[in-house]
Design a binder for this molecule. Structure first.
Ligand code: OAD
Length: 259
């Protein structure tokens, strides 16, 4: 893996600093340096567990306790983790760049804890739950949960994790906003995702066809490396902070008064 050169990092930093609409799509790799396992890499969750047993509505109906035990274990891991410099760099972009959108496939909430405010969570949020019967939603930050599976305080039905399972549709509202951001972006940065899971991975080609410059940050080749205009190979927690733009566009910086 060749590390990106200073020139490559500078070029991408300038692109980001000059972007009118910057959209960032993140995946599990962005949380890997916080100690959260990814899905498909070494030590990845789908190498040890079968998605069919744990992350489908059928699995939940078969054995809600087992499904909840797995999510409760993951909630415990995440509760002990801290956001890393990659999450914090992304949160800083939101404060600096007006046309910024963050889309994440991660359910861990580490972007929120790093200070990101408007996160489009296309695969849901592991800290939310909703009733399988009446649909009522709530946020519950306890880890571990005292009783598994948790029950609905309103109707007594089974609560389910507020994440998207295989075979389920994404939230229409969140997805619409994610697509809009992808189409509008002039720079689309995709970080720490294998880009194997659709429709989320399709946002990259959507942005590309709409004219965005695609920048990838990943340790390894992914499903979208071939359409990326710039590829920065390395850990997101090290590379993203190096892309921090100044808070002025290059043209504004050139016009500003200097002492
Ligand atoms: P994957 O586990 O499929 O991919 C993680 C990616 O992160 C790989 O491309 C790694 O090379 C890269 N990576 C690992 N560590 C990194 C680091 N420190 N810095 C940069 N890159 C790193 O995870 P996702 O692509 O997020 O969905 O998986 C997508 C979806 O599949 C998840 O949201 C989840 C899963 O099934 C659902 O549960 C619905």
């Amino acid at each position: 893996m060749a590390e990106p050169s200073q020139i490559e990092l500078d070029v991408v930093r300038r692109l980001i600093g000059g972007a009118h609409f910057l959209t960032v799509l993140t995946g599990a790799g962005v949380s890997a340096e916080s100690g959260i396992p990814t899905f498909r890499g070494p030590g990845g969750l789908w190498r040890t567990f079968r998605a069919e047993d744990l992350a489908t509505p059928e699995a939940f109906l078969r054995n809600a306790k087992l499904v909840w035990e797995w999510y409760d274990w993951r909630r415990g891991l995440i509760a002990k983790a801290e956001p890393n410099p990659g999450h914090r760099a992304i949160a800083a972009w939101e404060r600096i760049l007006p046309g910024f959108t963050l889309i994440t496939q991660n359910v861990d909430g580490l972007h929120d804890r790093a200070g990101s405010r408007n996160v489009l969570k296309v695969h849901g949020d592991i800290w939310e739950m909703r009733c399988f019967e009446c649909g009522v939603r709530k946020v519950d930050l306890r880890a571990p949960l005292p009783v598994l599976p948790p029950k609905c305080a309103r109707c007594g039905g089974l609560m389910r994790p507020g994440v998207v399972w295989f075979g389920e549709s994404l939230s229409e509202d969140v997805w619409m906003r994610a697509e809009q951001a992808a189409r509008a972006s002039d720079i689309f940065l995709v970080a720490g995702t294998s880009a194997q899971v659709y429709p989320a991975a399709g946002l990259v080609s959507l942005a590309k066809h709409a004219g965005a410059v695609i920048v990838e940050v990943n340790l390894e080749e992914s499903g979208v490396s071939s359409i990326a205009d710039a590829v920065l190979r390395g850990p997101a927690g090290e590379i993203l902070p190096q892309l921090a733009p100044t808070n002025k566009r290059p043209d504004e910086a050139a016009r500003s008064i200097r002492p």
